[in-house]
Design a binder for this molecule. Sequence first.
Ligand code: FES
Ligand code: FES
Length: 161
Amino acid sequence: MTQVSMTVNGEAVSAEVEGRTLLSDFLRGNLRLTGTHIGCDTSQCGACLVHVDGEVVKSCTMFAAEAAGTEVTTIEGMANPDGSLSAIQQAFQDQHGLQCGFCTPGMVMATASLLKENPKPSVAEIRDYLEGNICRCTGYHNIIKAVLAASGQDVDAMVAG
Ligand code: FES
Ligand code: FES
């Protein structure tokens, strides 16, 4: 067992974990931050995305011990300080960018990372960036609209239908 310490959503956390404990399991199991979802455990679906030191990471591909000393943000840390939905979360709600919601935490984390790099992405750039995020419900159309809305772009002008 190893003692692992990091900052998660602005709070210092520490726990004893096995060397093989994945960051996703640490977040969900040790910290009870169950907004980070596990859809595949094989780096396919993107449901487990978090930010580690500002970089978007599939938390099922990283050991908790590897994240020691880092600053991690999960979906629980994405709301506004007063608890209201962030602009990205609100855009997903407004544009019906979710149905069951299983993929949504990963989609929101990926969108935040995309908009940090590219504040006004085109539809093609959004599709390309979200390639690693699988949604089994929405057909992606409304997710694209949500990202456009979150970036302050004219959704109807850019997406037909
Ligand atoms: S659970 Fe990590 S990519 Fe699917
Ligand atoms: S909303 Fe159900 S998996 Fe995306």
